[in-house]
Write a protein that binds this ligand. Structure first.
Ligand code: FES
Length: 101
């Protein structure tokens, strides 16, 4: 059972853009997609690019370094279900975005 920790303010997130936060020393990328917040590990499994700085198209973010793509909903690459990044549970409490760690 995850513990939910405040990570950001919902009103500070931009639709269709990533935001990198640090939760207990872990960098997490938050994405607001059509009103839903998704959270994935910020570090790309290829060579460590910041996924939170990647271009978001729908629910897929493209790593800014070499272009690997990940679903922000599942953490998996759309092309394969073998490579992916960790996802985190998200809860919204008023304006607080809580991440399950
Ligand atoms: S570091 Fe992300 S694709 Fe290379």
């Amino acid at each position: 059972m995850p513990r939910f920790v405040p990570a950001a303010k919902l009103s500070h997130l931009e639709e269709g853009k990533g935001t990198i936060v640090s939760v207990e020393g872990i960098k997490i990328a938050l994405f607001l997609c059509e009103g839903t917040v998704f959270a994935i590990k910020n570090q790309c499994p290829h060579m460590g690019g910041d996924l939170g700085e990647g271009l978001l198209t729908g629910e897929v973010v493209r790593c800014p370094w070499h272009g690997w793509r990940f679903s922000v909903r599942t953490g998996m690459m759309p092309e394969t279900d073998v490579v992916g990044v960790r996802t985190y549970e998200v809860k919204i409490d008023g304006d607080d975005v809580l991440i399950g760690v």
